[in-house]
Design a protein around this ligand. Structure first.
Ligand code: GN1
Ligand code: MG
Length: 375
């Protein structure tokens, strides 16, 4: 996709030492382009993480990078104060030669450069339940660390990002305009959403009347946004901070369950493989409550199972909307990819509905054991 020459000439604009050696794409995300780049500094290999920010999705790179900068330096200070290793436990942006946070090339493409956390890896699925307990603990800890972050300093990088009601409305609008003529094949998927319409505004409604507090949240808590240490297998750093914004703790919890507690991949075609793993659900609840439980209000805890359902439904509706719109938002790897992803999400929603009471019981038991309170 990119040539060596192209990448080298982009990197020439950043204030880093040494000579460019090579680059390799990291293909996890659906939005930005991410590359690992290697430099030679006096015979020593130095790695960096180069990203092209998708400016169709993130329309105001200045505001986005101001958020990232504020949040990363805030976390860095806390990590240093706690005696941690800020080179590995926090991201930071390396400035351009003119001191900017990002570089805009002559084609209008926007690039930024992060530290590369060496000796680490990310997971796209869970191979031992402990990994998911640790993931829950890490995202809970992330939220705890940001609890006293000055929330009004943050721009809303994507307004209404997890406003599920608005996402439903966007779907309805896409159905009405039907630019690709795909709607006629989508009765079942659309009816699935219509049947759950009244649930889509519950979380934002509760936030509006003050039942749920506004917090600084990550908003994209996929398992692959945690880097684990290759030696200890412990979480080391939370990445992908583009959507750190004011939000609900439930967005972070629910989205993590959507991705990590699914027994299948996000785009599994064989829907018989898709289900909610109750054992993994329990691990995540326990990890999350261990680090964040004490600061949550009971209403947040009560809604944990519901948030898993809503974030899964919301994501499915977003994939469906993008399919109807002609695949303009998420990167796809084959023509029906967004529709396949939508089917996977809806199958998971249906399974969560079947297991809902069990999820509630697991949540209440963990809350009692970890936080000493009844739900
Ligand atoms: C996108 O690019 P990635 O994979 O980190 C999306 C998330 C979705 C996710 C679905 C900015 O995240 O909201 O949940 O795909 N990010 C944005 O896999 O829209
Ligand atoms: Mg990501």
């Amino acid at each position: 996709m990119f040539t060596n020459e192209e990448i080298k000439s982009i990197l020439d604009n950043f204030a880093i030492a040494g000579n460019f050696v090579s680059f390799a794409p990291i293909n996890d995300g659906h939005i930005n382009d991410t590359l690992c780049v290697v430099y030679d500094v006096d015979g020593v290999e130095m790695w960096h993480l180069l990203q092209r920010i998708n400016t169709t999705v993130f329309k105001k790179p200045d505001e986005l990078m101001a958020n990232v900068d504020c949040v990363t330096s805030f976390l860095r200070d806390k990590i240093i104060a706690a005696g941690g290793d800020c080179e590995r436990e926090a991201l930071y942006c390396k400035p351009t030669r003119t001191g900017k946070k990002y570089y805009e090339d002559e084609k209008g493409r926007v690039w930024r450069l992060y530290n590369f956390v060496v000796n680490s890896y990310s997971n796209n699925s869970i191979d031992s339940p402990e990994v998911f307990f640790n993931a829950g603990k890490a995202f809970g800890e992330f939220q705890r660390l940001l609890a006293d972050f000055p929330i009004d300093k943050l721009y809303e990088t994507i307004p209404d990002f997890h406003n599920t009601g608005k996402r439903y409305r966007n779907l309805v609008n896409a159905i009405a305009s039907d630019p690709q003529g795909r709607v006629k094949y989508l009765d079942e998927e659309i009816n699935f959403c219509y049947a759950r319409r009244n649930e889509t505004y519950i979380l934002t409604g509760k936030a509006l009347i003050g039942d749920l507090p506004l917090r600084v949240t990550h908003n994209d808590t996929k398992l692959n946004n945690i880097l684990f240490d290759s030696t200890t297998n412990e979480p080391v750093c939370i990445v992908d901070l583009d959507t750190v914004m004011p939000g609900l703790s439930l967005y972070d919890f629910g989205d993590a369950i959507r991705f990590g507690a699914n027994t299948a991949a996000e785009d599994e075609k064989d829907l018989s493989k898709v289900s909610l793993d109750l054992g993994l659900y329990e691990q995540y609840v326990r990890g999350f409550l261990t680090s964040a439980g004490k600061s949550l209000v009971p209403e947040e805890v009560r809604l944990l199972p519901f948030s898993a359902k809503m974030m899964t439904l919301e994501c499915g509706m977003r994939f469906l909307t993008d399919y109807i719109d002609g695949d303009v938002y998420f990167k796809i790897h084959y023509p029906d990819h967004n529709l396949v992803r939508c089917h996977t999400q809806f199958a998971l929603v249906a399974d969560i509905e079947v297991k809902y009471e069990e999820m509630m019981a697991i949540t209440a038991k963990a809350y009692k054991e970890i936080c000493g309170k009844d739900l």
